[in-house]
Design a protein around this ligand. Structure first.
Ligand SMILES: NC(=O)c1ccc[n+]([C@@H]2O[C@H](COP(=O)([O-])OP(=O)(O)OC[C@H]3O[C@@H](n4cnc5c(N)ncnc54)[C@H](OP(=O)(O)O)[C@@H]3O)[C@@H](O)[C@H]2O)c1
Length: 302
């Protein structure tokens, strides 16, 4: 049976890769992708006969129509508009919950979350995922919570600075030998598509961690960046006590401490430090860091 699947917000990194994997699969499933601005749907998706882009926003609840779908993928977005992150997470998850309750044909929710989201405090901005998980985990007979590690795509800027006249890059992970779970968003999308298409009934709430083939340290990142760019460069480590100042230059300052706290949670002795074991509920991604960075580099330089 071919399924009808809704993915939203579709312009998120994981949403885009999940749609790509769904459209590439042999399943013949049809995909409805909800965008704040449907004009942002990639041309290659729009040209696919099984793809439809519609307008909707999880912040207001408008356009969240799942009535023709059997399975949906929700990726809770982070807000940068000044709203408290916890308040935003609560409002958006409530909007999604109400929309799900208006769609009786719906059987399964795949809920994108994050490594560490099971902790109710001490994970900084990831409290948004903790809140979404708690509000939505029982909303349908089948809910799977998917918790990926750190995306390779977060090193996109590092690839650029490694190509400058004085090659260098900044890493928030210290000490430089400390390894954390990192993986490619493509592997995340592949897993999400597979979970959406799986018609085996698994009633109840399940949770899976998505890690890469192995964990990586800042020194591993340096080595991979050097290999991909062909440039030797300097690793500039942002120590724990400078993280909030660092993030204030990258996100609206009101959110800087929460981003710093998220990173601190992954460091030695942090809230998430005990969560990095590969276990029976861990899916191991295929893509090695150097290969993921090579693909990003190719896109930057094409
Ligand atoms: N980044 C990581 O390494 C990582 C790792 C694990 C888990 N996660 C989780 O993945 C989720 C996405 O995080 P991300 O930072 O990686 O974001 P992202 O995938 O880059 O997605 C951000 C996009 O969401 C879209 N969006 C749609 N509705 C929105 C709304 N109402 N408010 C704000 N944005 C909206 C925006 O696209 P338009 O402007 O086109 O509408 C925005 O560009 C989060 O739950 C995060 O915790 C991220």
């Amino acid at each position: 049976m071919s399924l009808h699947i809704t993915v939203f917000p579709a312009s998120t990194q994981s949403g885009k890769e999940a749609i790509r994997a769904l459209l590439e699969s042999d399943s013949k499933s049809t995909v409805k992708a909800i965008y704040r601005n449907p004009a942002k749907a990639p041309v290659e998706f729009k040209e696919h006969p099984n793809f439809e882009a519609t307008q909707g926003d999880v912040a207001t609840g408008e356009g969240l129509d799942f009535s023709s779908s059997q399975a949906i993928l929700y990726i809770p977005p982070v807000t940068y508009d000044g709203t408290d992150q916890g308040q935003f997470a609560t409002q958006t998850a409530q909007n999604v919950k109400e929309a799900i309750q208006r769609a009786p044909s719906l059987k399964k929710l795949i809920l994108h979350s994050a490594m560490g989201a099971q902790h109710d405090h001490g994970t900084g901005v990831l409290r948004l995922n903790h809140i979404s998980d708690r509000i939505l985990e029982s909303v349908l007979p089948e809910v799977q919570i998917v918790k990926p590690g750190w995306f390779f795509e977060n090193w996109t800027d590092a690839l650029k600075t490694m190509r400058s006249d004085n090659p260098s890059f900044e890493s928030t992970f210290s000490p430089p030998t400390h390894e954390i779970p990192m993986l490619s968003v493509k592997d995340v999308g592949d897993y999400l598509a597979q979970a959406l298409l799986d018609t085996t009934s698994r009633p109840g709430i399940s949770s899976v961690s998505l890690f890469g083939p192995r964990h990586y340290s800042s020194l591993d990142v340096k080595e991979a960046l050097e290999q991909v760019t062909g440039n030797k460069g300097e690793l500039i480590t942002i120590e724990k006590d400078r993280l909030a100042t660092y993030f204030a230059a990258h996100v609206p300052p009101a959110y800087a401490q929460e981003f710093a706290d998220m990173v601190i949670a992954t460091l030695l002795g942090g809230t998430m430090a005990g969560d990095f074991e590969y276990g029976e509920n861990t899916v191991r991604g295929k893509t090695e860091l150097v290969d993921g960075l090579r693909e990003l580099y190719a896109k930057q330089t094409e």
